[in-house]
Design a protein around this ligand. Structure first.
Ligand SMILES: *Cc1c(COP(=O)(O)O)cnc(C)c1O
Length: 356
């Protein structure tokens, strides 16, 4: 800490992401990236965009990309905002759309960036406990608030909140913005984007980082009423007019246009996930029902931290959270067929005879 730091800077507790070591042979099941690369069309588009035009600034409105998102999601281009990863859009949303007069509500177990943004933008916060079964109790969000945010499916639990419950919340919460963070929606949920025409306070945020295998490209989008989108544009144009570079826009458009790759990739992932779930259950793990590309699991006879360390010794990384309520769980990203087979081979060796 330096004496040159501002009081706000001194008060921040930044987000800590899962580690990204680059060791050969490492099985990385700790950050929910897709285990295989993106569509060939994306790579082609990126190569095509790598030319002398890079001397020019990109389109500040990312018009082509907004049209592509609008077509993919079934909304109007004016109802789309794009950003440099959904994290950036989340940050703009907290600054632009959350109200400081009352606490921002989110689940007690959820994406840990939300409290960080509250700190960055001087917002009050209140964590609402998940139910005993780890589902989000949306009826508990009907209280005074400066905004509501939750992921669907939730992270790190993987549990899906039914669209009907979100609708009920929106019917009962008309005065503040409700943000649904759909980072994992493509692995088993129905997007709330279909509701934006009816609820001018609903903002839905998606990303190409997970289901499109493009975490490295940094592209996300938000869908909502034109006025909400205009609010996000105001913040964007007060911060960075060109958040998406030429390569990102070209690659993202190609990704959204390759529907066949997308459908096949999601189906393959879901198929591996469901097989992994059954195998883990057979080894004595309790596995929460997942609509995402990861499983949240605990073993009744084995300490989670010890398990994660034993896996690490075998070059398999999973995510362990040393937090109340979930410190006996592991979050395991679904790998490819081979990575999951190696995980399923390592686990019985670690668990010993009681796994058999
Ligand atoms: C991965 C993730 C994000 C961030 O995605 P980027 O688009 O890569 O910034 C946002 N929300 C949740 C819940 C996530 O898991």
């Amino acid at each position: 800490m330096s004496r040159y730091w501002s009081p706000l800077l001194k008060s921040l507790s930044p987000y800590v992401s899962g580690e990204q070591p680059r060791l050969p042979g490492l099985i990385k099941l700790n950050t929910n990236e897709l285990p295989w690369g993106p569509s060939e069309q994306v790579l082609k588009a990126l190569r095509g965009a790598a030319d002398d035009d890079l001397r020019l600034y990109p389109d500040p409105d990312s018009s082509a990309l907004r049209r592509a998102f609008a077509a993919a999601v079934g909304v109007l281009p004016g109802q789309v905002f794009v950003g440099n990863g959904s994290d950036e859009i989340l940050a703009h949303s907290f600054q632009a759309l959350m109200q400081p007069a009352a606490p921002i509500l989110f689940p007690d177990i959820t994406y840990s960036f939300y409290p960080v943004y509250c700190g960055l933008y001087g917002l009050q916060q209140q964590a609402i406990p998940l139910r005993e079964d780890f589902s989000i109790a949306l009826e508990d969000y009907r209280r005074r608030n400066g905004g509501i945010i939750f992921p669907n499916p939730n992270a790190p639990t993987g549990l899906l909140t039914p669209l009907q419950h979100i609708k009920t919340l929106l019917q009962n919460n008309r005065d503040t913005v409700v943000i649904v963070d759909e980072a994992y929606i493509d692995f088993g949920g129905e997007s709330a984007a279909s509701l934006i025409a009816d609820y001018p306070n609903l903002l839905v945020i998606q990303t190409l980082s997970k289901s499109r295998a493009l975490a490295g490209l940094r592209v996300g989008a938000a869908f909502g009423d034109e006025e909400l989108i205009a609010g996000l544009e105001r913040v964007k144009n007060s911060f960075n007019s060109y958040p998406l570079d030429r390569l990102a826009e070209a690659g993202a458009v190609a990704a959204l246009e390759d529907h066949d790759w997308f459908v096949a990739s999601c189906a393959r992932l879901v198929n591996i996930r469901d097989g992994l779930l059954q195998s883990l259950q057979a080894m004595g793990f309790e596995v929460l029902p997942s609509a995402a590309n990861f499983l949240f699991v605990r073993h009744l006879q084995h300490d989670a931290r010890t398990l994660s360390e034993a896996l690490r010794e075998r070059a398999i990384l999973v995510r362990y959270f040393d937090k109340p309520r979930i410190n006996q769980f592991l979050r395991i990203s679904v790998g490819d067929e081979d990575e999951c087979a190696q995980l399923l081979q390592a686990l019985p060796e670690i668990l010993g005879s009681d796994a058999l």
